[in-house]
Design a protein around this ligand. Structure first.
Ligand code: SF4
Ligand code: SF4
Length: 203
């Protein structure tokens, strides 16, 4: 798997969940399909009067997610900004050409209420629950990613309690110490709770 394939899968799903945060800090989520995909950027259309536009102008951070029929969860995290004024019409025309239903929603000159945002510099988390063991990976597209999950500290005594506690058998023993295979970890936290010495920490 890689970032480009994930973007292709998002494009095939077509309608994505888009999450932002409103001025009260409450989560806001809606469906979004007016999207144009480039290998390293996503362009999308909304209207200037919508809450989504106001939220993005205040804080462009957002997440897009989709779930495929193969039990793949794909989540993109990034920051959206309006494209420059002299590129608005160009990208709007691209999106309206690719998504003809938009002409029905915003016919003729009414589409000028639209605004095009672009997401450049993002990360994609790929999480496949349809394979055994599960598989996860994070891809950076021009943005650094904060590591998540659990790690085993140097003071591990090698008791192997965590090995039998792991639902995905994602923990190996190496040189008498436990080691978590991050690509197979659910982030469920069972090893963290069961470890008798507290050497497993959450990043
Ligand atoms: S967090 Fe869950 S899946 Fe990951 S290693 Fe620990 S027990 Fe296994
Ligand atoms: S349960 Fe804790 S101490 Fe025991 S092997 Fe796992 S990490 Fe090490």
């Amino acid at each position: 798997m890689d970032a480009r394939t994930c973007l292709k899968k998002l494009q095939l799903v077509g309608v994505l969940n888009m999450a932002t945060v409103d001025e009260d800090g409450a989560p806001q989520i809606r469906c979004m399909s007016a999207i144009h995909y480039e290998p390293d950027a996503l362009y999308f259309f909304t209207a200037r009067g919508k809450e989504l536009c106001k939220q993005l102008l205040r804080d462009g951070r957002l997440q897009l997610s989709a779930y495929t029929r193969f039990k793949e969860s794909i989540r993109l995290s990034g920051k959206a900004v309006p494209v420059p004024d002299d590129e608005q019409i160009k990208w709007r025309d691209v999106i309206f050409t690719e998504q003809p239903y938009l002409e029905n929603v915003y016919p003729g000159g009414t589409k000028s209420i639209g605004i095009i945002f672009v997401i450049k510099g993002f990360s994609i988390e790929y999480f496949n629950l349809g394979v055994n063991p599960i598989f996860r990976e994070v891809y950076e597209v021009g943005a650094a990613v904060k590591s998540k999950g659990y790690v085993v500290g140097e003071d591990c005594i090698g008791c192997e309690t965590c090995v039998s506690a792991c639902p995905q058998r994602a923990i190996d023993m190496q040189d008498g110490r436990a080691f978590i295979r991050q690509q197979n970890c659910l982030h469920c936290g069972n090893c963290f709770e069961q470890c008798p010495t507290g050497v497993i920490t959450r990043r």
